[in-house]
Design a binder for this molecule. Structure first.
Ligand SMILES: [Mn+2]
Length: 219
C-alpha cells in the first residue's frame, strides 16, 4: 500500500430494516464540491422533464438532465430519455464513484433543485432496466435538503411508518443497494426555508436494450 494514498473513507451503515443503505457524509472535500457544483450549474444542459402524474402529463418541479453511454436509454414516468454525452466534469467522477461504491455505472440522472419550491415526490427507482437490486450512488451538492425514506405498504405506496429522514450535506455520498428500492420509497420534500440550489447526481447501471426481455404492455 502506498503511503501517499490516504485510506479509503469508511462507509457508515444506516439502519433501515431490509434495506442496504450506506453513506459517506463528506465524500468530497468542500473545495472540490464547490468547484463541481459551479461547473455543473454552468455546463449541464438543464431541461424541464415532463412526467406523468395521476394520468396527466405535467412539468416536473425541478430541472433535470439524463446523461450516459449511448445505449443507456431510460424510460420512466411514461417518458423515454436518450442520454446526453458525459460532460468533462463527470467523466472522472464516474470512475471514482465506481471504485468507491464497488459497482459499475453507465449513466447518471442529474437533478437541479433551484430553491425550496423544487422537490421530488414519493417514488422508487425500480424500473425494469435497473435490474432487481440496483446499486445507486447519490451525490449531493449545494444546499442541504431533507431526504426521506418510507417503507412501502401493501399497495406499494409510502406508508406512514418505518423510515428514515436524512439531511444530505454538500459533498455527501449515499449508496442505495439490495432491496432498498423494492421495499422503500423516497422523496425530497419542499421546504419553506430560504435555500439556494442543490444538485443531486444519481449514478446508475441501465441494462442496454438488446439484453432486455421483450417489452410487455403495461396497463
Ligand atoms: Mn430516486
Amino acid at each position: 500500500m502506498s503511503l501517499r494514498n490516504p485510506p479509503a473513507p469508511a462507509w457508515q451503515r444506516l439502519a433501515l430494516p431490509g434495506a442496504d443503505l450506506q453513506w459517506l457524509p463528506q465524500w468530497l472535500a468542500p473545495e472540490e464540491a464547490d468547484a463541481l457544483l459551479a461547473q455543473l450549474l454552468d455546463t449541464v444542459p438543464w431541461e424541464v422533464h415532463r412526467i406523468r402524474l395521476f394520468g396527466r402529463e405535467v412539468a416536473s418541479p425541478r430541472l433535470s438532465c439524463w446523461i450516459g453511454d449511448p445505449e443507456a436509454v431510460y424510460v420512466y414516468s411514461g417518458a423515454r430519455f436518450v442520454p446526453r454525452p458525459w460532460p468533462a466534469a463527470l467523466r472522472d467522477l464516474r470512475g471514482r464513484l465506481e471504485d468507491a461504491c464497488d459497482a459499475r455505472f453507465n449513466s447518471v440522472l442529474a437533478n437541479l433543485y433551484r430553491d425550496g419550491h423544487d422537490a421530488m415526490g414519493w417514488h422508487s427507482d425500480d424500473e425494469p432496466e435497473l435490474g432487481a437490486q440496483p446499486v445507486i450512488a447519490s451525490l449531493s451538492l449545494g444546499a442541504v435538503r431533507r431526504f426521506r425514506l418510507r417503507r412501502k405498504d401493501a399497495a406499494g405506496q409510502a406508508a406512514a411508518g418505518e423510515g428514515l429522514d436524512l439531511v444530505l450535506p454538500h459533498g455527501s455520498l449515499l449508496r442505495m443497494a439490495g432491496d432498498t428500492q423494492r421495499l422503500y420509497r423516497h422523496a425530497l420534500p419542499r421546504t419553506r426555508a430560504a435555500v439556494g440550489p442543490r444538485i443531486n447526481l444519481t449514478f446508475r447501471w441501465i441494462e442496454p436494450a438488446p439484453a432486455r426481455r421483450p417489452a410487455r404492455s403495461r396497463g
